[in-house]
Design a protein around this ligand. Structure first.
Ligand code: AMP
Length: 500
């Protein structure tokens, strides 16, 4: 019934099996058949509530197996799944709902009253973390026949984190999701024998598409945790084979005494993404566990783009090679740059999204007519073909007319004994336009401004050396562990200008 490239077509092979899909700390195991039957019952509920093909189902609920069934049920019903970060406030939700105009909204029962005030004409249903709510009461019988959709029809809209300006809804087709998940499954050697520790949120591309779809397409099992919990992950490892996490998962697990060679003896793969993994974390992880973390790079608009090799050298500080079928080029001043030179990464391939929802101008700015997507990430390709990301283009500092790539400065600062991590940003400066400043998170040991500035003096040109060092107990991060550079720029915006 489906086109070969349709996500559900790819999933249907595993959908009737009695194999365990999920084990979880707070509920019974769920088989593949149970997962898909539950999803069919929810698809029937959505159609019963008036969902038509192409309608959006906006979902802001806590992570649960039923929430995953709602994702599958939405696409079975021909709808477009639109997950929303559970941290969004009602005023933030008001923007997403007015922009996406969903036919159905599913929210936590605790937020029902607030959200009904901004729901417009959408039907509002509830789903709690324990799987109860009005959505469940509306369940139809399993056996729902999935609504036919083309591979190029939308399966999901995910709003980008919107670190500058308004969030944009990235439109992802069935073919976008199916092709990327299949590539990742093969690249990372996922099979039915795998048990993936799933501790990521499912409102983001990482936990929803990378972790969930790869496990489903492989016919693997997941150890389904409601969120990051170092104890629970350590306890799960002896019976698991793989972990997907953001870098903060790995730094926090390194703080846990239970992380030993023995604990990970059954694990075959640790994957990191969504934010840069510090070289230091990579090295400490290898020393503690004997495993080299496999770092990959992707984004909401493109799914995953590059990965360090499964077999072959996983190089700390790099994001590896373009995935099979994904084209990657580095551009500066309208031209592709030679190896080793920094520019903006552009991506083309079946993974690249269909554009921004109801924002044709934004789409035209970032997605070229010939299919290349301008990522806004800056990086370079080395002689061996490994890609390194140096930061977001908008985070590059231009001081006195010179470009400073924060990552170069951060890497040197992070290597100084006594420094846990750092973030380098540019703030307005009356003479230089922008000045480089460094925000430092010290380790327990005291480290001073002088230690750092002295260490940098020998390695960095003067214009790259920070003009101020600020110390904070931790860096501001979003839920995916990304450092919020804008928050730092805002906080220190008046450092040089206020004195004038
Ligand atoms: P999101 O759309 O929330 O997944 O964010 C995507 C952005 O996260 C990318 O454009 C990169 O700036 C960043 N990112 C993702 N993975 C990595 C990585 N391995 N190293 C550095 N930055 C990354």
């Amino acid at each position: 019934m489906y086109d070969q490239n349709h996500l559900l077509c790819r999933l249907s092979a595993s959908g009737r099996s009695s194999k365990i899909f999920a084990t979880r700390p707070d509920g019974p195991d769920v088989t593949y058949e149970g997962l898909f039957r539950g999803a069919e019952a929810l698809a029937a509920a959505l159609v019963g509530a008036g969902l038509m093909p192409g309608d959006r189902v906006a979902v802001q609920v806590k992570k649960s197996l039923e929430a995953l069934q709602l994702y599958l049920g939405t696409i079975m019903a021909g709808g477009v799944f639109l997950p929303l970060n559970t941290a969004y406030t009602v005023s933030e939700l008001a923007y997403f709902l007015s922009d996406a105009t969903p036919r159905i909204i599913v929210c936590d029962p605790a937020r029902m009253n607030e959200i009904s005030a901004i729901a417009g004409s959408a039907t509002l249903l509830t789903l709690a973390a324990d799987g109860t709510g009005t959505l469940m009461q509306a369940k139809g019988a399993p056996g729902f026949l999935a609504v036919p959709r083309d591979a190029d029809d939308l399966a999901a809209i995910l709003y980008t984190s919107g670190t500058t300006g308004r969030s944009k809804g990235a439109m992802l087709s069935h073919a976008n999701l199916a092709s990327n998940s299949e590539t990742l499954r093969d690249t990372w050697h996922f099979t039915p024998d795998d048990v993936l520790i799933h501790a990521l949120p499912i409102f983001h591309t990482h936990g929803l598409f990378v972790a969930t779809n790869v496990a489903l397409l492989a016919g693997a099992s997941v150890h389904f945790l409601p969120g990051f919990d170092a104890d629970a992950i350590i306890n799960a490892m002896p019976n698991a084979t793989a972990l997907m996490g953001v870098p903060t998962f790995y730094t926090r697990l390194l703080d846990h005494d239970g992380l030993t060679h023995e604990t990970v003896s059954n694990m075959r793969l640790f994957i990191s993404g969504s934010a840069p993994l510090l070289v230091d974390t990579h090295e400490k992880w290898e020393a503690r566990t004997g495993h080299r973390i496999l770092e990959r790079y992707g984004m909401t608009e493109t799914n995953m783009n590059t990965s360090n090799p499964y077999n072959g050298e996983r190089r700390a500080g790099t994001v590896g090679f373009p995935l099979p079928g994904v084209d990657l080029r580095i551009m500066a001043n309208g031209k592709e740059v030679p190896k080793g030179e920094i520019g903006v990464l552009e991506i083309r391939g079946p993974n690249v999204f269909q554009g921004y929802w109801r924002m044709p101008e934004k789409t035209a700015e970032e997605l070229r007519p010939d299919g290349w997507f301008i990522t806004g990430d800056q990086g370079f390709i080395d002689e061996r073909g490994y890609v390194t990301i140096v930061g977001r283009a908008k985070d590059m500092v231009i001081t006195g007319g010179f470009n400073v790539y924060p990552k170069e400065v951060e890497a040197l600062i992070d290597a100084i004994p006594g420094v846990k991590e750092s973030a380098v940003v540019g703030v307005p400066h009356p003479d230089f336009g922008e000045a480089v400043i460094a925000v430092i998170v010290p380790e327990n040991k005291a480290v001073t401004k002088d230690d750092i500035s002295t260490a940098l003096r020998t390695d960095l040109a003067k214009f790259k050396q920070p003009k101020q060092y600020l110390f904070l107990p931790e860096l501001p991060r979003n839920t995916m562990g990304k450092v919020q550079k804008k928050a730092l720029r805002d906080r220190y915006a008046g450092l040089f200008t206020d004195a004038q």
